[in-house]
Design a protein around this ligand. Structure first.
Ligand code: KG4
Ligand code: ZN
Length: 344
């Protein structure tokens, strides 16, 4: 029998990803670019406040981080000592929240004496599209829609990403959440608008359509138009919202989606790129998923939409980005900090 010496067996590249930029403490393990585990602990403590309370988020991350990492490792079957590198969300996000994940990642990388990789949260959302077996070919466009960002990203390679359009005020997720708040729905309202919209008539009410040049977005005018409309209707009928909730949700959702789709169409036309991906929490919206797929069929695009668990905040996207950065030699030293705001 041939004996294979241990040093000649190539070890898999195992990356632990850690995400803690907002109100989700998450850890995931990827091995040679394949996700083995993806564990998320949400924080329900914020529901009663109608939004994320930064101080409470930091405390919850501190409580969750050890059991979350432990669970992700156990589920992956990869031992701590078999990790090749640790990737963590370095920016952007709530600073107290980011500090918990970054400090934990730095300490673990130091203890294990393995490389550390700083990941930009918004780039990771885009690269969630590289998780499935069937991946988009470069170059592709990505519509990234989350609670804090709305961007059209031109992706030439995994690490060559340029923002070619973005919101000049509110993000698409904020537009969903703020509209939901006006309807008296709890935070985060996006998923609830999605739910009620399913049984509503999207053509019943019409809200302002912004006229922003180029590939940039604006959502603050939509929000104001919803506010004024509701104020006027409630004056006439105090039960207006309850009686028309599904139609209101469907109409609001349709307007937000039409703003997003029209700019993606424009970007595809201007760049000549016909491979289109979506990313970020709002890409979990069923209306947006359907609209982008339909538009893609009409215009001959190849459309890629990540699975739900890779749309909203997760650590699998951090691990996969870490994998591409490690392959390109983009590691960082232990003096790295975290930043609340950051361009890339
Ligand atoms: O990417 P994400 O999980 O966190 C950020 O990085 O911001 O996005 C959160 C946003 C929230 O605004 C939430 O309301 C929205 O994504 N969202 C949705 C849906 N699921 C999450 N918006 C509309 N429809 C959904 N199904
Ligand atoms: Zn996010």
């Amino acid at each position: 029998m041939r004996v294979i010496k241990k040093q000649f067996i190539s070890k898999p590249i195992n990356i632990l990803g850690i995400e803690s930029s907002c109100d989700e403490t998450a850890a995931a393990v990827c091995s040679n670019g394949r996700i083995l585990s993806n564990f998320i602990a949400g924080q329900r403590v914020h529901e009663q406040y109608g939004g994320v309370v930064p101080e409470l988020a930091s405390r919850a991350h501190l409580q969750n981080i050890v059991p979350v990492v432990d669970t992700a490792l156990k589920q992956s079957g990869v031992a701590l000592t078999d990790l090749s590198a640790i990737a963590f969300t370095q920016a952007p996000g709530l600073i107290g929240a980011l500090l918990v994940g970054s400090q934990f990642a730095k300490s673990l990388a130091m203890a294990l004496d393995i490389p550390l990789i700083a990941v930009h949260h918004m780039q990771a959302h885009v690269l969630a599209n590289l998780i499935p077996e069937e991946k988009p070919a470069f170059p592709f466009l990505c519509l990234t829609v989350s609670g804090g960002h709305t961007q059209i990203v031109l992706c030439r390679s995994a690490l060559d990403l340029s923002i070619i359009g973005q919101t000049i005020d509110d993000a698409a997720g904020e537009a969903f959440d703020k509209s939901a708040k006006l309807l008296g729905l709890p935070y985060p309202g996006g998923p609830l608008i999605d739910k009620y919209a399913k049984t509503g008539n999207a053509n019943r009410f019409s809200f302002a359509e912004p006229q922003i040049p180029g590939l940039d977005f604006s959502f603050s005018g939509v929000k104001t138009s919803i506010l004024y409309f509701l104020q006027a209707e409630i004056k006439k009928n105090p039960s207006f919202i309850e009686e028309n909730l599904a139609d209101l949700c469907a109409s609001i959702q349709q307007r937000i989606i039409s703003i997003l789709i029209s700019k993606v169409k424009k970007a595809a036309l201007e760049t000549g790129i016909k491979t289109v991906c979506v990313a970020g929490g709002v890409s979990a919206n069923s209306g947006l998923r359907e609209a982008i797929a339909t538009t893609g069929r009409q215009l001959g695009w190849k459309v890629f939409i990540p699975a739900f668990e890779y749309c909203t905040d997760n650590a699998a996207m951090i691990a996969i980005t870490g994998y591409h950065k490690l392959m390109a030699g983009q590691t960082t030293d232990l003096s790295v900090g975290a930043s609340a705001r950051s361009d890339w």
